[in-house]
Design a protein around this ligand. Structure first.
Ligand SMILES: C[S@@+](CC[C@H](N)C(=O)[O-])C[C@H]1O[C@@H](n2cnc3c(N)ncnc32)[C@H](O)[C@@H]1O
Ligand code: SF4
Length: 402
């Protein structure tokens, strides 16, 4: 579909002001500044703003509501009835707009609107089912990769024992064979259809995909390049992935340089805390000092880093040393503008190992306001501690949906 990309403002007495923002791979419709809907080329609803509330729609078929209340931000998944209500109201708004503007729109745009209107309740249900046959739950990716194509080259976490993290407890660690990955990617391409063009980067799932031994990783990356060359140039699509610190220590600078040449651009490491005592409490693999070493190796190999810190671990008792040591290690990392620092407010899983240990050690948990204050201190400190100003941002695990 060739369509001139441009914002258009269309007015009719019946519809009022309808603003259509046609982007190369997404269409945003604004209905009298009261509601906004964004769709991909496959007609899939990506996000919308209706009745003062923000919704993000996952490929998984769920919808995440984000709303700011006087008591703070609320983030929750819609229940099935709410979701049906939302999708029907979006569809009927698009049907009204499409009918009202039919004679003012070029044929290609009318065709795009028709594709959007094909998403009825049955289609949503079918896509949800298909998603579940392709993917294990995509538990988390870093915020700058929310629009990536996620490929589960591995499933789960090879460690899976951090005291605060429950993301991958539902699955065993598994490295896909090259043919298995090829099939997975072909299924994803068929599933995303024309919507693939919007997703210019690749996120390699799950928790620490780069831990895969180098010969196998080389084969897997080759499969990815065969199946998913860049949409426009035929070059490599940029690749991003998580890695745990222990896994990071298993590779040399030369191996990282090879991964860089194969398209890997940034690796995200969960340091969580620069303080040894807090780090041990979290039962992370490796150590803060080892994390510094891994960062140096990655950067020497030409790969950028994303460092994730927690706000709140160790409670009030360990807060001063958590903040001081975390900022000290960030400073030692000599981060650059293409590196990132994320700060994730700790959400303590009830009855998990972290909660139990914190109770036993008498660590008074921080309240929400205190966590927010620590987050702000870490954010300001991270900016000051790093000469070349990497981006520092919030990483809220409840804001994620794929
Ligand atoms: C996939 S892991 C990061 C990469 C790698 N597995 C590692 O541990 O270094 C995802 C990140 O989510 C965050 N996370 C996990 N559980 C969390 C929780 N209960 N509360 C807040 N953040 C959490 C942590 O910062 C963790 O580093
Ligand atoms: S924090 Fe990372 S290493 Fe630890 S269990 Fe979670 S995914 Fe695995």
């Amino acid at each position: 579909m060739h369509l001139q990309t441009a914002p258009r403002l269309l007015k009719t007495p019946a519809l009022g002001s309808i603003y259509l923002n046609v982007q190369p791979h997404a269409l945003t419709i604004s209905d009298n500044l009261r509601a906004t809907y964004t769709f991909d080329r496959e007609g899939r609803l990506l996000s919308c703003f209706v009745g003062g509330e923000n919704y993000r729609c996952g490929l998984c078929g769920d919808v995440l509501l984000k709303v700011t209340l006087p008591s703070g931000k609320q983030r929750r998944l819609l229940c099935p009835d709410e979701q049906t209500g939302l999708s029907e109201s979006v569809r009927s708004a698009v049907a009204r707009i499409s009918a009202g503007l039919a004679d003012q729109l070029p044929a290609e745009l009318r065709a795009w609107l028709a594709v959007i209107l094909a998403w009825d309740a049955e289609r949503w249900a079918r896509e949800r089912q298909t998603f579940q046959t392709i993917y294990k739950p995509v538990s988390i990716v870093p915020p700058d990769q929310y629009r990536a194509v996620v490929l589960q080259a591995t499933e789960g976490c090879s460690w899976n024992r951090c005291s605060f993290c429950t993301f991958y407890r539902d699955r065993r660690f598994h490295i896909k064979a090259p043919d298995e990955l090829r099939t997975h990617i072909q299924q994803i391409k068929a599933f995303l259809g024309a919507g693939l063009a919007l997703r210019t980067s690749i996120f390699l799932g799950d928790a620490n995909a780069l831990i895969v031994p180098q010969p196998r990783l080389r084969e897997l990356l080759q499969v990815i390049h065969d199946e998913l060359p860049s949409a426009t140039t035929g070059e490599l699509r940029p690749i991003y992935a998580f890695l745990d610190i222990f896994g990071g220590e298993q590779k040399t600078i030369e191996q990282y340089a090879e991964l860089r040449a194969a398209g890997v651009r940034r690796v995200y490491l969960g340091l969580e805390s620069g303080d040894e005592a807090v780090f041990r409490l979290l039962n992370k693999p490796g150590s803060p000092a080892a994390c510094l070493d891994v960062v140096r190796r990655l950067k020497a190999g030409g790969i950028s880093v994303g460092i994730i810190l927690l706000a709140g671990p160790g409670g009030a008792t360990l807060a001063p040393q958590h903040v001081a040591q975390s900022l000290a290690i960030l400073q030692a990392m000599e981060l650059a503008p293409d590196d990132l620092v994320y700060i994730s407010p700790l959400i303590v899983p009830p009855d998990g190992a972290y909660a139990q240990q914190a109770r036993e050690l008498g660590l008074a948990p921080l309240g929400l306001d205190e966590i927010a204050a620590q987050l702000a201190t870490l954010k300001a400190g991270a900016l000051e501690a790093t000469e070349h100003r990497p981006k520092v941002a919030l990483y809220h695990i409840e804001e994620w949906i794929y």
